[in-house]
Design a protein around this ligand. Structure first.
Ligand SMILES: NC(=O)c1ccc[n+]([C@@H]2O[C@H](COP(=O)([O-])OP(=O)(O)OC[C@H]3O[C@@H](n4cnc5c(N)ncnc54)[C@H](OP(=O)(O)O)[C@@H]3O)[C@@H](O)[C@H]2O)c1
Length: 331
């Protein structure tokens, strides 16, 4: 791009706190280092980890931008040394370790992926964080296979709506938990076989009494008193994959289920993983999931779109938990 400006608009977290600590600011446009590209950001995804960062509960990894935002879609406007692909002018979506809520951001070239066929920037910005997370945790760590059953907690979340679609696309049966009838309906439309309102029912009892009878994989974001029930409703050789603790990371459990049913308890967090790991994950997603996105067999469910300067409103909506699917900022 000729005429890349020297300064750009972005969102800063002025101190840990409520959404109004997200403030529009101006900073120098970053430069693409070796192996990186500079992206003119059109849209940026909002994720729950951004809320945790704003609250001061999610430290920025060393070397990452302190500007919030873990995923963007936009146009490559400059390439650092050694970058063969993508090229200047390419439309990409990218996983970034921070810096998404801004008019320009840098990304490792290997963490960029092409926009799926016919997809707009608003939808594409909502792909990277949840697709990278779900692929690694459900299909790699959780080793979900066709014909198996997965229980996905928080089915209406960005993570949940992605996990439902991918699990179904790869031939699994899906049970999911939600907090309202409206969210239940949205999850059924995405293909969930069994939807449980955790506010009115005990998810483990309902799942075990259903034709699905149990789960081979549980993808959990809640922890706390869900943990024992997750272990209880896993089938023999089942896998519990922990990716967040919306209730608590601490709980007391009876581990006999792990021994008697030969269970695996695992989990991971994406942001702190190194560039090479994320690049390998990007290549796997391109091979296995991009054909589904290109064909429209999976697509991010967009809840709402806010202007960059309304990032505080976007966070308030996410914290209200009324949203279904992904929240996106346009720059
Ligand atoms: N480990 C990783 O690498 C990684 C990466 C990305 C995200 N995450 C985590 O994954 C989770 C989902 O992220 P997201 O961006 O998709 O968030 P999100 O869209 O804000 O979804 C969170 C959902 O969780 C449900 N929820 C909230 N509190 C709950 C509780 N106490 N019990 C049960 N459900 C509850 C809410 O739906 P209801 O109304 O149905 O309760 C809410 O919509 C977050 O916790 C995030 O930190 C982890």
């Amino acid at each position: 791009m000729t005429g890349i400006p020297s300064r750009m608009r972005c969102i800063e977290i002025i101190k840990p706190g409520a959404p109004d600590v997200l403030v529009l600011a101006e900073r120098p446009v970053p430069q693409a280092k070796v192996g990186e590209v500079l992206i003119q950001v059109h849209t940026a995804g909002v994720n729950r980890p951004d809320v945790l960062q704003r609250l001061g509960l999610y430290p920025v990894p060393a070397g990452a931008s302190d500007i919030p935002g873990l995923e963007v879609a936009g146009t490559v406007v400059a390439c650092g040394e050694g970058v063969q692909s993508p090229r200047v002018g390419d439309a990409v979506c990218a996983l970034v370790a921070g810096g998404g809520y801004s008019a320009f951001t840098t990304a490792p070239a290997g963490n960029c992926l092409p926009l799926p066929a016919g997809m707009d920037f608003e939808t594409a910005a909502a792909i990277p964080e949840t697709y990278f997370t779900v692929w690694h945790n459900v299909f790699e760590r959780g080793a979900l296979k066709a014909g198996e059953t997965i229980l996905i907690h928080g089915g209406s979340s960005g993570i949940g709506t992605t996990a439902i679609q991918l699990a179904k696309a790869f031939g699994a049966k899906v049970a999911t938990t939600v907090g309202s009838d409206e969210k239940a309906e949205a999850c059924r439309k995405l293909g969930a076989d069994l939807v449980i309102n955790y506010r009115t029912d005990d998810f483990a009892a309902v799942l075990k009494a259903s034709p699905l009878r149990g789960a081979d994989v549980v993808l959990d974001i809640v922890g706390g008193d869900y943990t024992q029930r997750n272990l209880d409703c896993l089938n023999a050789e089942g896998r519990l994959v922990q990716i967040a603790f919306l209730q608590s990371s601490k709980t007391t459990v009876d581990l006999r289920a792990v021994m008697m049913k030969r269970l695996v308890v695992t989990g991971s967090t994406l942001r702190a993983r190194d560039t090479a790991f994320k690049g390998a994950l990007a290549a796997t997603l391109h091979a296995k999931v991009w054909p589904l996105l290109d064909a429209g067999r999976a697509t991010p469910l967009i809840d709402s779109v806010f202007a960059l300067e309304d990032a505080a409103k976007a966070h308030a909506r996410m914290e209200s938990s009324v949203h279904i699917g992904k929240i996106v900022l346009t720059i």
